[in-house]
Design a protein around this ligand. Sequence first.
Ligand code: NAD
Length: 373
Amino acid sequence: MIRPTQKKRLGLAIIGAGRVGLFRGGVAARHPMVDWIGIAEIKPDRGKQVGEAIGADYVTTDYKELLARPEVNAVIVATDEHLHVGPIMEAVARGLPLLIEKPLATDLNESIRVMHAIEKSGVDAVVGYTQRFRRRWLAAKEKVRTGALGDVTMVTSRAFMNRLVAIDNYRRTDKPETISPMVISGTHALDIVMWMMEDKRPVEVYARSVDKVLGPEWKGIDATAGLITFEDGSIYHLNISWALPVTWPGAVYSLEVGINGTDGVLTIDDTHRDIVLAVSQPTSEGYAPDKQRLVDFLGSYPPGDMALGELRGPMREETVSWLDRISLGVPTQAATAAEAHDRLMLTKALDLSAKLKRPIHLPLAVEDALRAA
Ligand SMILES: NC(=O)c1ccc[n+]([C@@H]2O[C@H](COP(=O)([O-])OP(=O)(O)OC[C@H]3O[C@@H](n4cnc5c(N)ncnc54)[C@H](O)[C@@H]3O)[C@@H](O)[C@H]2O)c1
């Protein structure tokens, strides 16, 4: 056990008050070290609504104005995936510790720029790979870390999602080529597995994609299957489809992982088939409620579930853990900016391999990514 090394009172800036900004703000509002919360949200109505819901002290539409406030000494960046960079760079310039939603950026060049700026400034910046805070993945991590499986030789992950998240993402961007199932959603499973294999160096990726559902209307990708090879010969076989019919009961993520080692194997069923809700009328909660979805795998929304007025689940644990980290100085298992950049680089390399239909050597260079684009 590590004892707190400091007691710093917090003035928290939340940039982006969408679903995640509201969840994290609600948790932060109850944290004993948080004295002040400010919100920056470009949609004034949404900012007002979330500000009232969490009892924020300050609400604005301008994140630069918020970050200039004297109370602010910690920042959450919860804007849309492709809109993280501006707020991160402003917070870094002010030397403020950060919790950034994944991915670090959606463009490889930007991701490198952000990572270097964070490293050069020395600010404590972590990235929201929320699944690291779920007990099942922590139990798996502990078994792998302490050698229960021997040397890990082959890992598989299968991620299935209905197409609501994909359509939502493609609808919000005018650059569909920067959005892919791997970059936006596959990154969660990839991070969990790469975290398990953190002592191994990936050297090559090979992948294929299909685009029969999301290609024609959204210029999007339905699914990608790939193979990552490590320096020592071990392999990670991964796939993700985010184009399942809207009627698929998973709200977001249904995941299965198998970890094979020389002395053991660990299988994790994270499909959420253990709690199934079926109703005659659509319920108001869930990811972009859709009238066609009358059956739900409860627990398949990665941040967690609302119960008795509060978020219950990994995003709550992750947020509390981050607030403890910056107020009390305790270490946490949150992903670093360098790890987040590595995940973006790997997902971009998988997408590039699928596009060029050939293996890609790692690490993927920005020039190769640009040339292919
Ligand atoms: N870790 C997880 O489990 C998890 C789960 C869901 C989403 N996410 C990530 O969280 C982020 C936000 O996702 P979401 O589901 O909350 O999206 P959302 O669309 O509900 O919220 C994003 C909000 O940011 C606002 N915004 C955009 N640019 C802004 C700016 N410059 N200044 C102020 N506000 C701005 C938008 O108006 C919107 O309200 C994404 O990066 C997403 O990938 C993580």
